[in-house]
Design a binder for this molecule. Structure first.
Ligand SMILES: *Cc1c(COP(=O)(O)O)cnc(C)c1O
Length: 374
């Protein structure tokens, strides 16, 4: 035995990963600052401020009677609900433990050492994490106006590129690429690279788009065999704690993902709740409306405070506050949790999840007080 065995032997690409920085949990802040958890507001993780839909809670509790059994590994009922709602065959659907899982499955199925993935600067951080975990090369393309520069991303695709990640709307910046531009990109990728390059269109915030911004991305899945569209139940559907998402792609790509998927990746409670939530149009409409009003409330306040912000298409707003680390600390002292985004290359900015009206007000009052202090 020699001393050289005294370090864990991980591949260099794993040791190099900077772990995901999640929004601070309410209980943790309460412990750290000696605050009453009930007095804390969390606007840090793009969760739904309405809580989970009552319909989903009931369905989940009913399913809680059969937890000794493994979940349905094929998610038959959930997939048939999705199939009906989106008009695609069940064989085109992959269920995920959150849509994060779908992103991981794409990386697991397609990336390896010697391959690369393309994504945008300031895009969702999981694209980098999933790529790095496979030992693949990541090609980060500079953002344009805080959003995806699809022209530059097209040019950045290399001979070894197998995946392009696009978040639309993007997190943490809230930017949005209109449908014609995405479609043109898909056509350009096909013309140049055929099916060698898979495009992941991550639509985690799709349900917050205004009606005139909406488009049928699932129709593109029918046209492009190298496209996968991912959606989540974590945001507008209010089920972040249960972890459900899904991807829609043609059968050949879906089959590849299924090969690397854990058999029971979506649990029984999550499947039951998702089926109910997906059909709860009333809840979704309320979530959309509340978000629209909350966004206006925050943006008006930022205008009044003369703070720059990025017009948002999601359920959060990215705002430039200057010394974001200090302002974040001052907000925490006042029991307000938001998200610093220095790790996303935005050290002067904070990302604020849109909350209930009184939560937005609490945040605005705290921020105003901090900015006006001598
Ligand atoms: C929140 C988010 C997701 C995934 O969330 P899940 O809870 O894993 O479904 C995916 N993409 C983006 C851009 C997000 O902001």
């Amino acid at each position: 035995m020699t001393d050289t065995n005294n370090t864990l032997a991980a591949p260099a690409h794993v040791s190099a990963i900077a772990p995901y920085q999640a929004g601070k949990p309410i209980e943790e802040l309460a412990r750290e600052f000696g605050l009453d958890p009930a007095s804390i507001i969390k606007l840090a993780s793009n969760e739904n401020p309405l809580g989970m839909p009552e319909s989903a809670r009931k369905a989940m509790l009913a399913a809680a009677t059969s937890l000794a059994r493994y979940p349905d590994p094929n998610g038959f009922e959930l997939k048939s609900t999705l199939s009906r709602l989106y008009g695609v065959p069940m064989e085109w659907i992959t269920l995920g433990n959150g849509s994060n899982d779908i992103l991981e499955l794409v990386a697991l199925a397609l990336l390896e050492k010697g391959a690369s993935a393309v994504y945008s600067q300031h895009a969702f951080v999981v694209y980098r994490l999933a790529t790095q975990a496979r030992g693949a090369r990541h090609i980060m393309v500079p953002a344009r106006d805080y959003g995806h520069d699809l022209d530059a991303m097209l040019e950045a695709i290399a001979d070894d590129t197998r995946v392009v990640f696009i978040a639309n709307p993007n997190n943490p910046t809230g930017t949005f690429v209109p449908a014609p531009r995405i479609q043109a990109f898909l056509e350009q990728v096909r013309a140049r690279h055929g099916q060698r390059v898979v495009v992941v269109l991550d639509e985690a915030y799709n349900e917050y788009l205004d009606p005139e911004q909406r488009f049928d991305s699932v129709a593109w899945v029918r046209e492009f065999p190298n496209l996968i569209v991912s959606r989540t139940l974590s945001k507008a559907y209010g089920l972040a704690g249960l972890r459900v998402g899904f991807g829609t792609a043609q059968p050949a790509l879906t089959d590849l993902l299924n090969r690397v998927r854990q058999p029971f990746n979506v649990n029984t409670l999550a499947q039951a709740a998702a089926i109910a939530a997906l059909q709860d149009k009333e809840f979704l409409a309320r979530a959309y409306q509340l978000n629209k009003e909350g966004k206006a409330q925050l943006c008006q306040a930022f205008d009044a405070l003369k703070l720059q912000y990025v017009p948002s298409y999601g359920n959060f707003v990215l705002v430039r506050v200057g010394d974001a680390a200090r302002i974040n600390l001052e907000l925490l002292k006042r029991g307000v949790i938001v998200r610093p985004v220095a790790g996303d290359g935005l050290p002067e900015w904070l990302r604020i999840t849109i909350g209930l009206p009184h939560e937005n007000t609490r945040f605005i009052e705290a921020l105003t007080e901090i900015l006006r202090a001598p």
